[in-house]
Write a protein that binds this ligand. Structure first.
Ligand code: ARG
Length: 460
């Protein structure tokens, strides 16, 4: 490809370090789409003849059929997907193939291909996250009234409902989707036509190629066009954020599936056995989702480090942009699908969640609030009185709502029998009606709103 200037071929190691075909063959569809748009524009502008353009497009279509059937040949001497395809085109249609690369460089070519690929990857993630949201909404609705302990510091804090807890993840995923949507909008400018770095003297029409490839517009600056990888970083940062959320949900499933909690039993499809301990049902998929977050964050860090300090414009370091994005995308796709499957198929044990919610004095705040509301006690004092009630219940080995009234009145004479209306976990949960609170009426409103947004989005 650069034979004109070099007398000797590259050393074997040079060839190997230089070649990206083992991984960038994944861009073959985008490469062919970009080339077809480019040559069509060249013909419309009179830069190549209509016959040559026709031959090139026909050859590229035939190559697509070959790749689809047999895969992309991994010829290291041809370096990358761009050269592999161009050389195959020359074998198929002869000299006209050499006109395709007019007014173009591999620098704007690869930026265009990779942007097209990343845009499609974002669309896949958006759809997969939408399916996860549907699963969370459905299970939240099943469990809008199911009481469980709410935790802070993983200590039983106040009762909540499982529906509310699941909708918290729905809120995280909604932010994740908006991050990906932002990234998509920013990425959707076409670098094709920036050529090597400076633009070109040929009378190209960048608006036409941008439109043909579904971009909103061409990029503004040729130097930036060939050296910008923000779109890949945006993808990786958004992917990292999703993976953090998924890892937290995975961790909850792991804790909930443990015997001391027993809040959830994972379906057979989503558990694995142990080779020596027949009683085991291990949450391996959840553990791997938790683990994948580390790898995805690693991919993000890899590209951040690659891009750091690179001068304008293209440098070969940037060839290393693709493996971390591909790896992160594959891991993320698996993680989202696995969490979706676990959420859809898990059996939540209402009896266990309720028993633990009732055992941790989780309605202590309700007693304190009652003293403030019904007896005019300042909150700090109410907190102190409630602490003594908790101690009495702990000593007696009973729940707060099982304490005899005279024990409570002995602690503070302002307490009366009406207090029992607020000491049950159901009463506690039902009372949390503030906007965004855990009361089942509020949770059902949140579920209805989330479902309406999804239905509108999906046109159903
Ligand atoms: N395989 C290269 C990459 O992915 C294509 C661009 C090569 N450009 C160059 N000037 N060597 O980055």
């Amino acid at each position: 490809m650069w034979g004109g200037r070099f007398a000797e071929g590259p050393a074997a190691v040079m060839r190997e370090i230089n070649a990206s075909i083992p991984f960038d063959k994944r861009l073959w569809r985008e490469d062919i789409a970009g080339s077809k748009a480019h040559v069509t524009m060249l013909a419309a502008q009179g830069v190549v003849s209509a016959e040559d353009a026709e031959a090139i497009r026909g050859g590229l279509d035939a190559i697509a059929v070959e790749y689809e059937a047999q895969g992309v040949p991994e010829d290291l001497t041809l370096e990358d997907i761009h050269m592999v395809t161009e050389s195959r085109l020359a074998e198929k249609i002869g000299a006209a193939a050499g006109r395709l690369h007019t007014a173009r460089s591999r620098n704007d070519q690869v930026a265009t291909d990779f942007k097209l690929w990343t845009r499609a990857a974002i669309d896949e993630v958006l759809a997969a996250l939408g399916t996860l949201q549907d699963a969370l909404i459905a299970r939240a609705e099943d469990h809008a009234d199911s009481v469980m302990p709410g935790f802070t510091h993983l200590q039983s804090a106040q009762p909540v409902t499982l529906g509310h807890h699941l909708m918290a993840y729905h809120a995280m995923i909604a932010r994740d989707r908006s991050r990906f949507a932002d990234a998509r909008a920013r990425a959707n400018e076409c670098p094709l036509g920036a050529a090597a770095l400076a633009g070109t003297g040929f009378p190209i029409d960048r608006e036409a190629t941008a439109a043909a490839l579904g971009f909103d517009r061409p990029t503004a600056n040729s130097l930036d066009s060939v050296s910008d990888r923000d779109f890949a970083l945006d993808y990786l940062m958004a992917a990292t954020q999703v993976s953090l959320h998924l890892s937290r949900l995975a961790e909850e499933f792991i804790i909930w599936a443990s015997q001391p909690f027993g809040f959830v039993s994972l379906s057979d499809q989503w558990s694995t056995g142990s080779s020596i301990m027949p009683q085991k049902r291990n949450p391996d998929a959840a553990e791997l989702v938790r683990g994948h977050a580390g790898r995805i964050a690693g991919c993000m860090t890899a590209l951040v480090m690659t891009m750091k300090g690179l001068p304008l414009a293209y440098s070969k370091d940037m060839q290393d942009d693709k493996p971390p994005v591909f790896e992160a995308h594959d891991l993320l796709g698996l993680s989202i699908a696995a969490m979706t499957g676990m959420v859809e198929s898990a059996t939540f044990r209402n009896d266990r969640m309720r028993a633990l919610a009732e055992s941790g004095f989780a309605t202590a705040t309700d007693l304190a609030d009652w003293l403030v509301r019904e007896a005019g006690v300042p909150f700090r004092e109410a907190h102190h009185i409630t602490g003594r009630a908790v101690k009495a219940a702990e000593d007696a080995g009973v729940r707060l709502d099982e304490l005899p009234l005279d024990t409570l009145t002995a602690i503070d004479a302002r307490i009366d029998a009406r207090v029992f209306d607020v000491l049950s976990v159901d009463a506690s949960v039902a009372s949390r009606t503030s906007l965004g609170g855990t009361a089942p009426v509020r949770v059902r409103e949140a579920i209805a709103a989330a479902r309406a947004r999804r239905d509108e989005e999906m046109g159903r």
